[in-house]
Design a protein around this ligand. Structure first.
Ligand code: HEM
Length: 128
């Protein structure tokens, strides 16, 4: 039969909703990262992130239906992402992943991807 995706294994949409809500609760209070978000309302950014992660992990392809090919490095080019921004982003994501209480092997798979993706998104090598 069909392979079980990570999307299914973690409990589907509600789990990604919780992950991304926890993440954005951290972003909302972050003095370095919050000013980078162009919109006052973080709701639309929350939804884009949730739909992207759902699609990446084998759930519905709603992200690309709405936004096209992810091209995430290109979409992040307008933002100055150095090591400090990357580490702040990862700190909120770490808390969000921990809040899910997933089985350790699944939490590691999710985290390893997020950490690699965050390093890949860096586009400024030096802090000011
Ligand atoms: C969009 C910051 C890493 C996924 C954005 C936006 C900002 C931002 C400011 C625009 C908000 C919006 O959608 O209106 C950062 C910073 C990062 C980072 C500071 C630090 C490394 C990542 C990583 C991923 C990711 C690692 C994926 C694993 C996304 C997605 C969008 C987005 C899916 C929406 C793209 C779109 O459809 O327009 N990010 N990001 N980001 N980010 Fe990041």
């Amino acid at each position: 039969g069909e392979a079980v995706t990570l999307f299914d294994a973690v409990g589907g949409e509600p789990t990604f909703r919780k992950l991304v809500d926890e993440f954005y609760a951290g972003i909302a209070t972050d003095p370095l990262l919050r000013p980078m978000y162009p919109e006052e309302d973080l709701g639309p950014a929350n939804e884009r992130m949730r739909l992207f992660l759902i699609q990446y992990w084998g759930g519905p392809n709603t992200y690309s239906a709405q936004r096209g090919h992810p091209r995430l490095r290109m979409r992040h080019a307008p933002f100055r992402i150095g090591p400090a921004e990357r580490d702040a982003w990862l700190s909120h994501m770490r808390r969000a992943v921990d809040s899910l209480d997933l089985p350790p092997a699944i939490a590691s798979e999710l985290w390893n991807y997020l950490e690699r993706a965050a390093y890949f998104m860096v586009n400024v090598m030096e802090d000011p």
